[in-house]
Write a protein that binds this ligand. Structure first.
Ligand code: AMP
Ligand code: MG
Length: 337
C-alpha cells in the first residue's frame, strides 16, 4: 500500500480514510497518532496489526469536544467536566466508564475507556467530519519511541497506513497524561503534558500509580494494561543516572566505554568529546526536554553505540513525564547519586 502524504488542507480526504475504515497518521500536540474509526472493530484490529501491539493494551478515543463524552461514556462524574473546562483541548486523557457501543477491541475488554480531545485543530476537524471517534495509539511500532514528526512516524509506518497528515512537529512531545476517574481517589496512570500538580489543583488528592515510578514485579497486575510492556527503547541498553547534573556528567565520563553513547543536557556536551552525544535541551527547560526526548532516543538507533548513558531531569512538573519515558526506555535501570 502506498502511504499518501496529506496536509492540513486535505481534511476531506483524511476524514474519508477514517470513515472508510482505513488507517491514518494524525498530528496532535503530544505525539503523532495511528488513527482509525473507533466504532469499527475491523479498523481497530488493523491498528494493532500495523503497530504489532499486544491486544490486551487498550486504545484511547479521540473526540472533537467534551459534548461527545456522553455518546461513549456513562456515570460521568462532575469533575470530568471541571477537567475538560480547564485542560481540553489538551494533553489529558480521562478514563471513564464506557457505554456498550465502544467495541471490546478498543477497550481490550475493560469496562472503561480513555477519552481525549487533542489540541490540534486539523485533527479535531477530521474527527468531526468523519463523525466517529478516532481510536489512536501513538504512531510508532510497538516498543519503539513515539513519533513527534511525520517523518519519524513514516520510519515505522510507511506502506502500512493509507495516509498521514503532516502537521509539523508536536508541541508537547510526550503522550497525554492519563487520569483514571473511575476510582477514588483519582489515579494518575501516566504522566504527561498536564502535570500532577495541575491535576491536584482540580481534584485534590491524586494517587500516583506504582508503575509510573518503578518496574512492576513479574506477575504484578498493572492498572493501565500498557504499563507492563517495555517501551520507548532504542536498541542499545540505556542506563539513567539521577542527581545533580555536574555529578552525573562526571560519573558517566568516568564509567563510559569507548563506544558508549550519551544522552545529556545541552550544557554538558563538552564533557563527552569523542563519543556519540545526543542532547535533550537545556538543563532548566523541561518543556524543551519533553519535546526532544523521543527524537533523542530514536537517534541512538542511527548511531553505532554499544550502550547509552543518560542524564536525568528531576520529577517536578512535566519533568515527571520526561523521567517516566526515560526510565522506561532504560527498563528502570537507574543509578541514584
Ligand atoms: P498510547 O496509545 O501509546 O498513547 O497508549 C495508550 C495508553 O493508554 C496505554 O498505556 C493504555 O494502557 C492506556 N489506556 C487506554 N485505555 C485505558 C483504559 N480504559 N484503562 C486504563 N488504561 C488505558
Ligand atoms: Mg504508545
Amino acid at each position: 500500500m502506498e502511504t499518501k502524504r496529506l496536509t492540513p488542507h486535505n481534511v476531506e480526504e483524511a476524514a474519508k480514510i477514517i470513515a472508510d475504515g482505513g488507517l491514518l497518521g494524525i498530528p496532535t500536540e503530544t505525539v503523532y497518532g495511528l488513527g482509525a474509526n473507533g466504532l469499527d472493530p475491523q479498523a481497530v484490529k488493523a491498528i494493532f496489526e500495523a503497530k504489532g501491539r499486544p491486544q490486551d493494551n487498550p486504545l484511547i478515543l479521540h473526540v472533537p469536544d467534551e459534548s461527545w463524552l456522553e455518546r461513549y461514556c456513562e456515570d460521568i462524574p462532575a469533575v470530568a467536566y471541571e477537567l475538560t473546562a480547564r485542560f481540553w483541548p489538551g494533553p489529558l486523557t480521562m478514563i471513564l466508564k464506557r457505554r456498550d457501543n465502544v467495541p471490546d477491541a478498543v477497550s481490550a475488554g475493560l469496562d472503561t475507556v480513555g477519552m481525549r480531545c487533542p489540541d490540534c485543530a486539523v485533527t479535531r476537524e477530521i474527527i468531526a467530519k468523519a463523525d466517529v471517534p478516532v481510536a489512536a495509539p501513538s504512531g510508532n511500532a510497538s516498543g519503539r519511541p513515539s513519533p513527534t514528526t511525520a517523518e519519524a512516524m513514516l520510519e515505522d509506518m510507511e506502506g502500512k497506513i493509507l495516509g498521514i497528515v503532516d502537521g509539523g512537529s508536536c508541541t508537547v512531545g510526550v503522550e497525554s497524561t492519563i487520569i483514571d476517574l473511575t476510582v477514588e481517589p483519582s489515579r494518575l496512570l501516566r504522566p504527561g503534558g498536564v502535570t500532577l500538580e495541575e491535576l491536584e489543583e482540580v481534584l485534590g488528592e491524586v494517587a500516583v500509580d506504582d508503575a509510573v515510578r518503578r518496574l512492576l514485579a513479574p506477575g504484578e497486575q498493572p492498572k493501565a494494561p500498557g504499563m507492563k510492556y517495555r517501551h520507548y527503547a532504542p536498541k542499545a541498553p540505556v542506563t539513567v543516572v539521577r542527581g545533580d547534573p555536574n555529578m552525573t556528567a562526571g560519573y558517566i565520563v568516568a564509567r563510559m566505554g569507548e563506544k558508549s553513547g550519551v544522552l545529556c543536557f545541552d550544557e554538558f556536551q563538552g564533557y563527552f568529546r569523542g563519543h556519540s552525544v545526543v542532547t535533550m535541551g537545556p538543563v532548566n527547560d523541561q518543556a524543551q526536554q519533553a519535546r526532544e526526548i523521543f527524537e533523542a532516543l530514536r537517534a541512538f538507533d542511527r548511531l553505532e553505540v554499544t550502550d547509552v548513558w543518560a542524564q536525568s531531569p528531576d520529577d517536578e512538573g512535566i519533568g515527571l513525564a520526561v523521567t517516566n519515558r526515560l526510565n522506561k526506555a532504560a527498563g528502570f535501570h537507574i543509578i541514584e547519586l
